[in-house]
Structure formats: C-alpha cells, structure tokens
Design a protein around this ligand. Structure first.
Ligand code: ZN
Length: 288
C-alpha cells in the first residue's frame, strides 16, 4: 500500500495491476451510469465549431504557388503530444480483449472519459473547448439517437467517440450471452462509423461489469480494450477508489448529465492540483 501521498507522484514503484488480464469475471460495484441516467433531455445542437478553428500547419513544400483556398472542412485539431507514451496496450490474448483500469505511466497525464450522452448542452461543448480538454466519449446509441450531430462539436475539438453499446443494459453480463452482447456492441460500432466516420477502438461496459465472455465479444467486435476507471467526477465532486487525489495515468469517469459543469469543475480542480495534463487516452494507447 502507498496510502501516503507524498510529493513525487510520478515514480511510484508500485505495480498496481493496470489492467486485469486475469479472468476475474465480474467487477461489480462500480457505480457508473446509475439512476441519474433516467433523466433524458435534448437541447439545441451546437454545430458551430467556429471558435475551435485553428489554422492547420502549412505543409513545408507546397507544390503550387497559387493561392489555393485550402478547404479544411472537418479538420480536427489533433491532440498535442508533449510526451512519448511509456505504456504498451496489452494485446488481445486468447481472443480476449484486455481490461484497462488505470495506465501505468511516469508521465504527468490524466485521461478524461465521458459517458452515455443523455444531456446535450451547449455549455458542455463550451467548457471542454475553453479548457482545451480532449476526451474519450463513450456514447450509447439509444441516448444520442435524437441528436447524434451534437457530438461533432467535441470531435472537432479533438475528442473521439467510443463504444458504450446500443441499449445500455447494465445487466448485460448476467443476462446476455456472447451473441447478444456482440450484437449490441457491433450496432454501436456501425452507428459510430456512420455518424462520426470512425469505428471505436475502446469499449466501456454499461455499469462497469465485465466478464470473459464480454472480453471476447469486444475483441470480436473489432475493439482493442475494455476501459474502466478508478476515479470519477460525480455529483459535483471527485470520488476515488484509491487514495484521495488524482494520480498520473488515472482514467476519470464523467457523464453527460445535468450537473456536467459542476462535475467538470471538480475534475479540473483535481487535475490542476495534481499537476496533470489532460491527454487523449486513444493517443496514449495508440488506438486513435
Ligand atoms: Zn453508462
């Protein structure tokens, strides 16, 4: 144990399991996506990425001297990489996707993940842009189908859409066999590809519970890993499964809920206090 939080967070020798490759079948009690999800509300889409528009780097040796108006229609701002990732995503072994709970890294980085997609407010777009946070958005088809275009604004800021199923059945591990789980995952893969032009590489189980059957379905659906968490921003405050502050490599869970601004404020406060940079998980894992 290293409960004592001392001054140098980056070189902790601890070898906490960063991912569960062992068969531990079901992780319960990770209260993601709980009751508050019932609230469902839509709002006006924000489709103006204007503020985020930055002029892209000009290619060095441009062929034509003619002033061609460079159309950069959906040019996304790629995530800054001020580091060389020091973490290797475990491979799929025996047909089972790895499960990642935290990234073992010596870099002062933290990863923001935002789930579901129920509450769609211009404010959430504005805040992520203002803080320049890229995030992994684990979206559920059934909660975004009323307005999938809303999430394009985040994409334009450098966030990526990942897979949180079609139906968000928090009991899928217990109630469904392999084929039904796979179908629910593939449905979201295709939906994401259709609306956002990319098939997700990461999967977050609704409610957080997973099993080896799920790990196999995730791999067979074409994804690289199951991603859980050890810290979350919830009800306007941070909750930690380990310790009482953010650590390098933490994966933080949030939701698109009514209290988005308060949750993000709690996260930002913890992130700044810990001196961590918010970087995109997919960039760090090489699965963007
Ligand atoms: Zn969820």
């Amino acid at each position: 144990m290293f409960g004592d939080q001392s001054a140098e967070p980056y070189f902790r020798p601890s070898r906490r399991a960063a991912f569960s490759v062992l068969g531990a079948s079901v992780v319960a009690g990770l209260t993601a996506c709980t009751a508050a999800e019932g609230a469902y509300e839509s709002s006006t889409p924000v489709l103006t990425p204007g503020a985020a528009a930055e002029s892209p780097a000009v290619p060095a040796a441009s062929v034509s001297p003619a002033p061609t108006p460079t159309p950069t229609p959906t040019a996304t701002k790629r995530i800054r990489k001020s580091f060389v990732p020091d973490y290797q995503l475990p491979p799929i072994v025996g047909g089972l996707a790895p499960v990642i709970t935290k990234i073992e890294t010596q870099h002062p980085v933290v990863f923001l993940t935002i789930d579901d997609g129920n509450i769609k407010t211009p404010e959430s777009v504005k805040l992520l842009a203002e803080y320049d946070y890229p995030a992994s958005l684990f979206l559920t088809k059934d909660t975004i189908a009323d307005n999938p275009a809303f999430f394009n604004a985040f994409k334009a800021q450098g966030s990526l859409v990942e897979n949180h199923t079609v139906t968000h059945n928090i009991n899928m591990v217990r109630q469904w066999g392999y084929q039904q789980q796979l179908t629910d995952m593939v449905g979201m893969q295709e939906y994401a590809f259709h609306h956002y032009g990319r098939r997700p590489t990461l999967f977050r189980p609704p409610g957080g519970a997973y099993s080896n059957v799920m790990r196999k379905a995730v791999a067979d659906a074409g994804m690289k890993a199951i991603v859980t968490w050890e810290a979350k921003a919830n009800a306007g405050k941070m909750d930690y499964q380990v310790g009482n502050s953010l650590r390098p490599g933490d994966i933080v869970l949030m939701h698109f809920r009514a209290e988005f601004a308060a949750d993000l404020a709690a996260f930002r406060s913890a992130q700044l206090a810990a001196g961590l940079e918010v970087v995109l998980l997919e960039d760090f894992l090489g699965v963007a």
